[in-house]
Design a protein. Sequence first.
Length: 270
Amino acid sequence: MRSRRPLTVLAAVLLALVGLAAVPAQARPQLGADTALAAPNFKAPYPCGQRWTLSHHSAEVRRALDFVRADGGTTAGTPVLASAAGTATRMSQPSGAGNYIVIDHGGGWTTYYFHLASYSVPSGAAVAQGQQIGVTGSTGNSTGAHIHYEQLLNGVGQNIVINGAGLPYPSQYNQSYLTSDNGCGGGGGSNFRTWGTDIRVRADAYLTSPVVTVLAGPTNVVVLCQKQGSTVTAEGYTNNWWSKLRDQGGFISNIYIDHPAAQLPGVPVC
């Protein structure tokens, strides 16, 4: 006798389909639709340890913030860093944004960096968080060097969030400040070893800066960032780059770092 199981199975499938049709649309999973994707952990678009102030111009079409240095350093020429990993694309708009880079972070998230003096990566490059992508400038429709920075989700400008905290919006220069931890190696920095004895660690990158501690002999140190300061000569070498040490809370001349390069590779500029 022929089995009736196929009819039974067909009936069960039909009942299941009827049941699914009866489920309210909002209760069904939206297959293929974008769910709410978490934003990357965006960091400031400038080097570790630097303090900048921020502003928003009412004429901006999207929710952008402009950044200029507020720590005594020069805004023009400062490296611009990727605030999160992604794919960078070079763009140009001489009458507006000037030289700028767009980074696609995936999940619909992009960041914009306007008015660059120059690019530091090719179009299509995969960039890491904290990697230099350009140099701060004033190209395009700009009255002075600054970083015009935006965060967008699916092409729509968002209120800017750095390290999980929203920045004041709108804002004006010298009302709000932000110190960067971008490029600090996730708080760890880069490991090096010093040479020599009685190396003075100073509060800043100048021979006139106060001494905060002394390294008695060769020491393993963690370098957060580096910058140019006083010129130091020792053992026939001359160098004006200084390293900011994480654990000693000050700077030493790169001449006392056991590495052949005057400017340490892989270490961001302060």
